[in-house]
Design a protein around this ligand. Sequence first.
Ligand code: 6PG
Length: 265
Amino acid sequence: MPGKLTINFIVVEDSNALAQRAAQHFTELAEQAVAARGRARIAISGGSTPKATFQLLGDSAQPWRARMPWERIELFWVDERCVPPDHPDSNYRMTREALLDHAPLQPQQIHRMEGELAPEEAAARYESALRNSFRLEGAETPVFDIIQLGMGPDGHTASLFPHTAALRELGRLCVANHVQNKDAWRVTLTAPVINHGREVFFLIGGADKAAVLHEVFLGPRDLERLPSQLIRPAGGILTLVLDKAAAALLPATDAGGCSSIERIE
Ligand code: 6PG
């Protein structure tokens, strides 16, 4: 989306604080969505970073589980590896172990990408599931209430990897994407779907992400090399929930750990 993008940084001390702050962010956004629209349709990412947050959300000893409006939540994925749901690399498996086995979500509230299927079939079935769940007509795009993203050291997000075909997909909602340097197939939401999200936030931690964060958000546009730069939500606001190690090369924050920048493209 061309125009002005406001990027809000929320920076916390370390990985434990990051998981707590992210759990708080998920909970607050879900409460706001339910208050405004009666439900919260949430798309989550996989990888390693969100696991600790998901564990907190499902932990009855933490405040978040009791606050989350679980009965009003529909859970989707931003992407999935093309592996069975019990495979060690499966985003679904990570989420099931960290959250789904502990939170009161019913099966019909959980919309899994079927990584066990042939990639194109899995993508087509997920696109159909989105059209059905959001009751889309024609070229309509689903509007998720919350989309949580991660970012790889190579600047990818979702399974939008550098120099891959999915970066240029503007028509479909969900596609299969071959990632050459992993010699692996993924299923991913496309950038237009992510950019229609009402509340889109990156959850990123660790010193290994500091350099790419600087390149993506403070460096020149290079969408093929830095696909995370594709993420420009239609609402004009993007939030980053970071630990200090990841934020080391970003603008200094105020006493509350917050800062923001604007990018005009
Ligand atoms: C995936 C994710 C992916 C992830 C980044 C960051 O399937 O791996 O959806 O986009 O968010 O690779 O992963 P880490 O959190 O493990 O650094």
